[in-house]
Design a protein. Structure first.
Length: 99
């Protein structure tokens, strides 16, 4: 029996965690069986895919995720911390990930 390979926060070793880039890399890799993501709520009640309750570690923002509307969160860069080649990656909504 094969152990399942689950991509943690998408393929977080190859792209910034919990971004569409990391999720797409995981989806298209034949050895990855599933993906684990994290969801927080924006101020206006939209589920967004980000692990931390605060923005500092993985985005250009500061403070709590839940203190910002989706429109405000979408203005943040969620990729540059990982690599300049991911500049412009945004915090995805759960709906975007599932689509």
């Amino acid at each position: 029996m094969k152990n399942a390979c689950i991509a943690h926060r998408g393929w977080s070793g190859r792209a910034p965690e919990n971004t569409l880039a990391a999720i797409k890399k995981a989806i298209y890799h034949p050895a990855i069986d599933g993906i684990e993501i994290d969801v927080q709520m924006s101020l206006d009640g939209v589920p967004v895919v980000i692990h931390d309750y605060t923005l500092e570690r993985t985005t250009t923002g500061t403070g709590y995720v839940g203190s910002y509307t989706l429109t405000e969160l979408k203005k943040l860069d969620a990729g540059t911390w990982f690599s300049s080649s991911f500049a412009g990656e945004t915090i995805p909504t759960l709906e975007e990930v599932l689509s």
